[in-house]
Design a protein around this ligand. Sequence first.
Ligand code: SF4
Ligand code: SF4
Length: 167
Amino acid sequence: MMIDFEFRKQVMDAHIGSEVIKYCYQCSRCTDLCPVSNLTDQFYTRPFDPRMAVLGSLLGYKNLLLSLPPEAVWSCQVCDTCDEVCPQNIEVTEIITLLKNVTTSLGKAPDHIYGQAKAVFDSAKAIPSQPAIERRREQLGLPAVAAPDVSEVQTLLNNVGAAKKLK
Ligand code: SF4
Ligand code: SF4
């Protein structure tokens, strides 16, 4: 198994309190109490496993992590349960967020993630307005939603290189 030291450094740098992550002793509390892991355990042969994500990141096994199906990273719903229950105060979600960013920049995120990112880029909304939603709001007596400044959002996204990643 090849160790990617640059990736390992990225993990250490991204983690809040970088020293702490080294003290993961693989107790599996994060996985045992992760709601997504418990749910996928019933349906998939390879359930979502935050403990393995931490171990692979800690060891610098970037290629191994990237060879897994996208769900191995993207199933995380950022509920923060793992962070709260880890006896070593490891911010598991920080590591998983880094993995999401790495897979996205390599074009390995699930298709719907790019679709949603494109919707934000094109309309400045995660869920673009639809006449049906607007009609419903009107029926409920809710005020019209102000149109966002799309060009401002696009400028911000371009400044962080989002347009390039979306291609
Ligand atoms: S709960 Fe913390 S110490 Fe235990 S396996 Fe998960 S990250 Fe490692
Ligand atoms: S934040 Fe993600 S990995 Fe952690 S418990 Fe929630 S779904 Fe599981």
